[in-house]
Write a protein that binds this ligand. Sequence first.
Ligand code: FES
Length: 181
Amino acid sequence: MTGEEFEPKILGFFCNWCSYAGADLAGVSRLKYPANLRIVRVMCSGRVEPTMVLKAFACGADGVLVAGCHPGDCHYQQGNYKTLRRVPLLERTLAQFGIHPARFRLAWISANEGQKLVQVVTEMVDEIKKLGPFPGTRSRFPELGAAAPGPAERPAAAPVPGERGAAAPAATVAAGGEAHD
Ligand code: FES
């Protein structure tokens, strides 16, 4: 134990038109919120597919926040209604994977709600700190196409053709093909 406090990694999928602008406003207004949030800007919250949330957890996020325009304000009219319909299903899926409900949140944050962003992120960080790090790893979700294992994880008997250190296919060398190293 190093004694360092656990700092959760929260991945935020923010819609470009409202929530990302709200985060921008929080920044220019010099509002302070925990630095645990990493934002992925999407054009609409309706663009966020459930697999994107699962993959975020699979890749090491301790929490995922999806933020979009308030219902009725979506710039694509129906996008956030799609989000709203998907979320109950997604929450059930997360529960089946053993993911605590506090690790996922959907929030409506408009462009002038920088303060709300601060509140939502602060609450999420506090709740996830109590839960501790997400115990899952990429190996829990192999079907989601987790990143290829690094060289150290690969069995020695199965080199990947074309990778540094792997024997180039004889036919490629004989034909003077491009060496991909
Ligand atoms: S454009 Fe913001 S939720 Fe659709």
